[in-house]
Ligand binder design. Structure first.
Ligand code: DWN
Ligand code: SAH
Ligand code: ZN
Length: 409
């Protein structure tokens, strides 16, 4: 165990600022009869590169352990997210993809939630998705999918077969890829001279501001900022030309890269950079304070759940998110504190949550007999879920939230 590692972006020294300890794979829900002793664990810890300021995990989990045939996350599970991606698709159709015979590549298209609208509009497209099960769901929607990990070799093969891409897009995927140098070399090769690489991922500034520590788990390797993305782009002849803050998944930024010098950067880039500097996001002290806040939330949440338990209240959880693996395993939340987690994803139902083994059940279990409290693991979908579950609150039930602080509503 070392509290230093080499930056996956620039080769500089990464200094650790928080250790979450031993953690299971966040999306490895255990099937009935699984040997609980066989569960895979790794050390989850975060560090800051003292050269390029990229925040990253100290240890990498082999990609095949996370992204495979059984990968259970279905992007289309949220109506709000479907709307978010449809809106982007519409925008791309009238801007970057409005030319003659455009070609778009989506990296990590999952079940096709975004690229579906482009395919339906007749745009030449390719989704690249290594997780076989969700790739099949996309293909069933008429999307052209390649089942592989996007990296330099993949990009060169796509270029040879389909020609340059006008748009390369990735949502909640680029931050999942430790071998980022290979990906950016691939993007640089595949992108047309006037093309754009657009990607959106959780924003470090929002994570620090709200102490949304559950954004940190095996799949999320990088935590981007304008400054660190600029450094990452520059190493590959690319340039950050636009940024846009997004309200989804608890706060994200949509970054637009182009070939260096191809487009003038928008003023939004310098504005957000100045904001990051004012918040001292690239400094270890700021991130160590974040770590202290994480421990306060852990203590507050476990104290609340133990008190409710002692008072004989019924507590369940809502949304078997990947994020919640960090919460349950850091706080030691198992079936003794939370009866079950309900979730709409068939591939998660009937299984146990990774590490602390809470049963995952369909939402019907929740409404069958409302509990006193529901711990909202899918807090990023709070508006959608609370509206859908109005009857729970009407029955006197209360939600437990822990971002940005522990409270009941
Ligand atoms: O980055 C990632 C994001 C995009 O998706 C991946 N690494 C993995 C995954 O993370 P997550 O599992 O934390 O994502 P969500 O979108 O917060 O997951 C929501 C979960 O809640 C899903 O399992 C579906 C479920 N859900 C539900 O049961 N009822 C969601 C909604 C909206 C609902 O109404
Ligand atoms: N774009 C979707 C999916 C996010 S989940 C959304 O925003 O909801 C992350 C996805 O990235 C998974 O489907 C995973 O299989 C995929 N992925 C991981 N590594 C990848 C790589 N190297 N190339 C392409 N996709 C990858
Ligand atoms: Zn670095």
């Amino acid at each position: 165990m070392s509290n230093q590692s080499l930056c996956r972006v620039c080769g500089g020294t990464v200094r650790e600022f928080f250790d979450f300890g031993r953690q299971p794979l966040s999306d490895a829900f255990l099937p009935p009869g699984a040997d609980l002793g066989e569960e895979f664990f790794y050390r989850l810890a975060t560090g800051l590169c003292e050269s390029c300021t990229m925040v990253q995990l100290m240890e990498e989990v082999p990609r095949e352990r996370m992204f495979h045939q059984e990968y259970p996350y279905h992007s289309s599970g949220s109506a709000y997210m479907r709307g978010h991606f449809e809106e982007l698709a519409k925008r791309l159709l009238t801007t970057e993809l409005a030319g003659d015979d455009p070609f778009v590549v989506e990296v990590g298209c999952n079940d096709g939630v975004m690229i579906k609208a482009l395919a339906e509009a007749g745009v030449r497209h390719l989704g690249v998705e290594p997780s076989g099960g969700v790739a099949d769901l996309a293909a069933a929607k008429g999307i052209r999918v390649r089942k592989s990990f996007f990296e330099e070799s993949t990009a060169r093969e796509i270029l040879a077969a389909d020609g340059p891409a006008d748009v390369i897009y990735a949502a909640n995927t680029l931050c999942h890829i430790p071998y980022i140098g290979s990906v950016l070399s691939g993007v640089s090769a595949l992108l047309a001279p006037t093309g754009v690489f657009v990607f959106e991922d959780p924003y470090l500034s929002d994570i620090v501001e709200q102490t949304s520590f559950d954004q940190i788990y095996d799949e999320h390797f990088f935590f981007f900022t304008v400054r660190s993305v600029q450094a990452m782009a520059a190493g590959h002849g690319l340039e950050l030309v636009d940024v846009e803050r997004l309200p989804v998944h608890g706060g994200e930024v949509r970054y637009t890269l182009a070939h260096a010098g191809a487009r003038p950067p928008s003023p939004a880039v310098a504005e957000l950079l100045a904001e990051e500097d004012a918040r001292r996001l690239g400094e270890l002290d700021t991130l160590r304070r974040f770590g202290e806040n994480v421990l306060s939330i852990r203590d507050d949440l476990t104290a609340l759940l133990r008190r409710l338990r002692a008072e004989g209240k019924r507590v369940v959880a809502y949304g078997a998110t990947a994020k919640s693996a960090t919460v349950t395993n850091l706080c030691g939340i198992g079936p003794d504190l939370v009866e079950f987690v309900c979730d709409t994803t068939p591939a998660k139902q009937g299984r146990l949550t990774p590490g602390t083994h809470i049963p995952v059940v369909p939402p019907e279990e929740f409404s069958r007999s409302y509990p006193d409290y529901a711990l909202l693991f899918a807090w990023n979908h709070a508006a959608e879920i609370m509206a859908k579950e109005q009857a729970f609150t009407d029955s006197g039930g209360q939600w437990i939230l822990y971002v940005p602080s522990v409270r009941t509503v």
